[in-house]
Design a protein around this ligand. Structure first.
Ligand code: 6R9
Length: 665
């Protein structure tokens, strides 16, 4: 448990907030009408999903997915037992559900709208073309010896081939393990080894915001210490001159030419793993979150249908990266399961200028847009003049990954959406697989800053972190847990089931623990307060302070390190590091830069500390526990609220640290 949780619930003052109803204009431009008719219908279905989950999910699973073999048992297992399985005897294939069934019905329908880094370089991929590309790559992988149950690591930028790679894996029953292409060689290496990947898929280079990223070089560096990787498949993105290791590395374009355009999908059991995705927790080592096939796909399809109110013919744009869960569920699986067009955007919201998102939305007639608040903060700050006036087709504006401040919410609603689109603030996690607490577009009234009400099958509980007792009723604060299993929940941490149990299911027995603090207001709406463990959220990227500390102490000059997250206007939270250096080493700006570089090299640029403070010692208890809470208070300027510091082994370090911070400002 993190320190914040141990402190007990934070009480927020009750205040009046505006409630926004689904805008009329949104309903006027709707192609038909929302999937649900009213809030009452949501409430009725929600009740069914909680009291009769087997009936509810059995119906949705058959309605939303095509099964190769029907299931008899909708659910077995429990949260306490950590053995939840869904649609047990059922067999299906993810790529068949995402591609074939739409390609057969409407081959020329656009599956992928590719928006390349340079605005003029994009193209569309139809469902028929996607089926051909996925089949060919599936053949290539099979020829490389990949079999059902084998893991394939994917280190790709946001290009259509990333989706092709994921679907090619799932077509032959391989487990994909995507590593965000911003991770360093060391991080990639750790994930390849932990996931036991045998093949890696990458590009010669990536291109983002006009800058080149040496993806193949990073893979080469990582693979020096991965003897079990037999092959690397390289997609030519920029044509850079890169070394190819004979017998190991193969060009994508040369390999796909060898194989036919169709390969039958392999029927998988509903509980066969679909993918691993590494995420940060409170300890240093990243966790390989494992999702299975049937339950995950049902969650993806159901949420996309009801939360985004996706209808046939919609053009849907999620700005998340395929390297994170948002990209997995809401760039790839959800829109393709529903057979609509998904925008794959390779660039950044600031390139070539701050109108890039809005130009894409306008030109591609986007109906649903989904992004993290960090991008919205950046664009709001850039100025309203960049926001386009068109964007006439927008019905839904989604937010994900971190709390959205009320003023950013309102800007999104008024300036971007022209009050004609509904804001859906979706709360969920890598581990939940799909949306957990969220409004349903067209149905749920919203309050800026609240993720509103639970999705079907999610039964939230507010728990007192000190006593571990559930707090009933409204107007309560505590930590957020779920009382019932749901289909798209993670099944395990790869190779570490005990860790899965201890992190999520043994904290409060019989509950799933989210790691977030939350409040339930007088109307039963949920307000997410942020992590109560040692996880920081920088620009929507989930980072572990322990992982950054581990990276820092790899540097030979550092004796000890403590990392804390502090509020940051632009990135939500920012990483601040405190380091004690070894005796005889001089503090300097150059050294501080080296420490930042150390983190960039060890984890990736996105984890780099914003500030590094070199201090004589860290505040520690007599038993040696670092008091990060004190460092957080000092950074927040709350030096008068440090509490009792006499329990520190050397209370005088506090004054010294305060002086160092003041001197640096
Ligand atoms: C989807 C995703 C999960 C953590 C989660 C929470 C934070 C996500 C949020 C939100 C407030 C929202 N989070 N959505 N906080 N409001 N709408 O981001 O997954 O990378 O695993 O992060 O992100 O703290 O616990 P992941």
């Amino acid at each position: 448990m993190g320190e914040a949780a141990a402190k007990g619930p934070v009480v927020h003052e009750a205040h009046e907030v505006d409630t926004f109803h689904p805008p009329h204009k949104m309903l006027e431009k709707h192609p038909s009408k929302p999937h649900l008719s009213s809030l009452e219908e949501y409430q009725q279905l929600y009740k069914e999903s909680i009291t009769e989950p087997k009936k509810f999910w059995g119906r949705l699973a058959r309605e939303l997915l095509t099964w190769h073999r029907d299931f008899q048992t909708v659910h077995s297992g429990s949260l306490a037992g950590g053995d939840n399985s869904w649609f047990l005897e059922g067999e299906l294939n993810a790529s068949y559900n995402c591609v074939d069934r739409h390609a057969f019905k409407d081959p020329n329908k656009v599956a992928i709208i590719y928006e390349a880094d340079e605005p003029s370089d994009g193209r569309n991929v139809t469902y028929a073309e996607l089926l051909r590309d996925v089949s060919k790559v599936a053949h290539v992988l099979r020829n490389m010896g990949v079999r059902k149950g084998d893991t394939v690591a994917i280190y790709l930028p946001m290009i259509p081939e990333a989706l092709v790679a994921l679907l090619a894996c799932s077509r032959i029953g391989a487990v994909h393990s995507v590593v965000f292409a911003g991770f360093s060689a060391d991080s990639l290496r750790d994930r390849v080894i932990d996931g036991q990947s045998r093949v890696v898929i990458t590009t010669d280079e990536g291109k983002r915001g006009g800058k080149l990223i040496g993806t193949k070089k990073i893979v080469d560096d990582a693979l020096r210490q991965c003897p079990d990787v037999k092959n690397v498949l390289v997609f030519k993105r920029t044509g850079a001159d890169i070394p190819m290791t004979r017998g190991r590395d193969y060009w994508w374009h040369e390999e796909v030419e060898k194989w036919p355009s169709y390969i039958p999908p392999v029927p998988m059991n509903s509980e066969d793993p679909l993918f691993l995705l590494y995420t940060s927790g409170s300890t240093g080592k990243p966790k390989g979150i494992m999702h299975t096939t049937g339950g995950y796909l049902v969650g993806a399809a159901a949420t996309a249908k009801y939360v985004f109110d996706i209808h046939d013919g919609d053009r849907y744009f999620c700005g998340g990266d395929v390297g994170w869960i948002t990209g997995h569920t809401y760039v790839v699986y959800a829109p393709l399961l529903l057979g609509v067009s998904t925008v794959v955007f390779e660039g950044t919201p600031a390139y070539p200028n701050f109108s890039r998102y809005w130009d894409i939305i306008d030109q591609r007639k986007v109906t649903q847009f989904y992004v993290a608040p960090t991008a919205l903060r950046l664009l709001k700050r850039a100025g309203d003049q960049f926001v386009r006036n068109g964007m006439k087709h927008l019905r839904v504006l989604g937010s994900v990954g971190e709390p959205i401040a009320a003023e950013v919410w309102k800007w999104y609603f008024e300036v971007v959406g022209k009050e004609e689109a509904q804001i859906v603030d979706t709360y969920w996690q890598t581990e939940t697989g799909s949306h957990a607490i969220t409004p349903l577009a067209g149905i749920t009234p919203t309050k800026p800053g609240s993720a509103s009400l639970p999705f079907f099958g999610i039964e939230p509980a507010i728990v007192d972190p000190v006593s571990g007792e559930e707090i009933y009723g409204n107007d309560v604060e505590g930590v957020l847990a779920f009382k019932q299993p749901w289909p798209s929940m993670a099944r395990t941490v790869w190779g570490a089931h005990k860790r899965y149990m201890d992190t999520y299911l043994n904290v409060y027995k019989g509950y799933y623990f989210t790691g977030d603090g939350a409040g339930r207001d007088h109307e039963g709406f949920y307000w997410i307060r942020g992590r109560v463990d040692d996880v920081v959220n920088v620009s929507g990227h989930r980072l572990s302070t322990a992982e950054i500390e581990a990276a820092l102490i790899e540097h030979h000059s550092i004796a000890e390190a403590a990392v804390v997250g502090v509020a940051d206007e632009l990135t939500g939270q920012a990483v601040n590091a405190f380091v004690a250096i070894r005796d005889g080493i001089e503090a300097s700006d150059a050294l501080r830069k080296e420490f930042i570089l150390q983190v960039r090299r060890s984890i990736g640029p996105f984890a780099a500390p914003k500030s590094v403070y070199i201090v004589p010692d860290l505040p520690k208890t007599r038993s040696g526990k670092i008091m990060r809470r004190i460092l957080r208070k000092i950074l927040a300027g709350e030096e008068d609220q440090l509490g009792d510091i006499t329990t520190l082994s050397d209370p005088s370090v506090v004054g010294k640290i305060i002086n160092i911070i003041h001197d640096s400002q």
